[in-house]
Design a protein around this ligand. Structure first.
Ligand code: NAD
Length: 361
């Protein structure tokens, strides 16, 4: 059947926010005459409790068989004493590896209504920004040769990329740029690193095939500076695993709240993995206050990238904007302004569902 979605709520607020994302998917499906088939599986702490392992074989099989996977978050203090491979986070890493998702797409958008939550100066935040970081996820220094000298006094980690790995990542970034404003910035350290020079060489070889995409290059140190100086200059940023890890955290911080940020992890074929960037938030789990918008926006990415339902994706994104414009806030994005209506997880889901059901002028 088409539109098969495997749900992996995980632990803590993962269960609460994915429940709202499912309601929103059902509402947008009803609006556009599309149906989805959901199957829910265990991952992380919940899987350890029930099956004794963080990534049961049936979870991986159900995820691989789906068109897309929507994940909440894993982990929590109950499982903190377990060792490496038995921890909930090992389940998530195993799932990413098992699905072969090598590109992580992380949009960082400052919603105009949330400008007061942005830590940048007013004159910078006032211009707004809407950028997308495409980070290589399965290569580079995090996976390269590493070691220690016999006396323990010297250590090394190797940044290693093949042309093939760079090509498939950049192809995804070119495609993303084409579907947005047509601007792609490749971020590297080509003045020092040979691997970065291969990134530039590969990008220059690919760009004639994408005449509608304007490519620029920037050193990573400058990019880190430009993200706080003038983030509105960027549309799509493509970069390596380690540079992307750092830049995407910086970009998410300037949007104001972790409860708003979605992500997509994609491979060449097979299902994409969609998840909010936040964790299981044990400090607020069960209180009904978690912001479900990152999970809901992750569902919008799922509609766009895995199910090719762009109108549905846009409808969800504009419903979220509309709800914010109407003054609804979860506690994490509330500024204290008396005009705001602070709501909990379920009520925020209700607002998005209601806007989707409304006939807008
Ligand atoms: P976290 O993201 O869970 O929480 C950090 C802070 O942000 C907390 O104060 C939390 O209340 C708040 N927060 C997070 N999401 C929120 C939301 N949607 N709405 C409102 N507030 C929100 O990070 P942490 O506290 O470092 O980690 C908690 C657990 O989550 C750990 O076990 C960690 O390993 C795990 N974790 C999992 C993932 C994942 O599943 N992808 C990512 C990060 C952390």
């Amino acid at each position: 059947m088409k539109n098969a979605i495997t749900l992996v709520p995980g632990d803590g607020i993962g269960l609460e926010v994915t429940a709202q994302a499912v309601r929103v998917l059902e509402a947008v499906g009803a609006q556009f005459g599309v149906s989805f088939r959901f199957e829910t599986v265990l991952l992380g702490g919940a899987a350890i409790d029930e099956k004794g392992v963080p990534l049961p074989a049936e979870t991986l099989a159900a995820c691989k068989a789906a068109d897309a996977v929507l994940l909440g978050a894993v982990g929590g203090p109950r499982w903190d004493d377990l060792s490496g491979a038995r921890r909930p986070e090992a389940g998530l890493l195993g799932l990413r590896a098992g699905l072969g998702v090598y590109a992580n797409l992380r949009p960082a958008r400052l919603f105009p209504e949330l400008r007061s939550a942005c830590p940048l100066k007013d004159e910078i935040a006032g211009k707004g920004f809407d950028l997308l970081i495409v980070r290589e996820l399965t290569g580079g220094m995090y996976f390269g040769d590493r070691g220690r000298s016999p006396d323990g006094e010297v250590a090394w980690d190797t940044e290693r990329y093949s042309r093939k790995e760079i090509t498939r990542l950049l192809t995804m970034a070119f495609r993303a740029a084409r579907s947005r404003s047509g601007r792609l910035c490749v971020v590297d350290k080509a003045n020092v690193l040979e691997s970065s020079r291969l990134w530039r060489e590969t990008s220059r070889a690919l760009s004639p095939a994408w005449p509608d995409v304007e490519v620029s290059y920037m050193y990573v140190d400058n990019c880190a500076m430009q993200l706080v100086r003038n983030p509105s200059q960027f549309d799509v940023i493509a970069t390596s695993n380690m540079f992307g890890d750092i830049l995407s955290d910086e970009a998410s911080m300037i949007t104001g709240s972790i409860g708003m940020l979605a992500s997509a992890s994609l491979g060449d074929s097979g299902p994409g993995l969609y998840e909010p960037i936040h964790g299981s938030a044990p400090d607020i789990a069960g209180s009904g206050t978690a912001n479900p918008l990152a999970a809901i926006l992750s569902a919008a990415l799922l509609l766009r990238h895995s199910l090719a339902l762009e109108p549905c994706a846009r409808a969800v994104e504009s419903a979220v904007s509309r709800v914010l414009a109407e003054g609804y806030r979860c506690a994490d994005i509330a500024s204290g302004d008396p005009s705001e209506k602070v709501v909990g997880t379920e009520a925020m889901g209700d607002r998005v569902v209601r806007v989707l059901g409304r006939k807008e002028p």
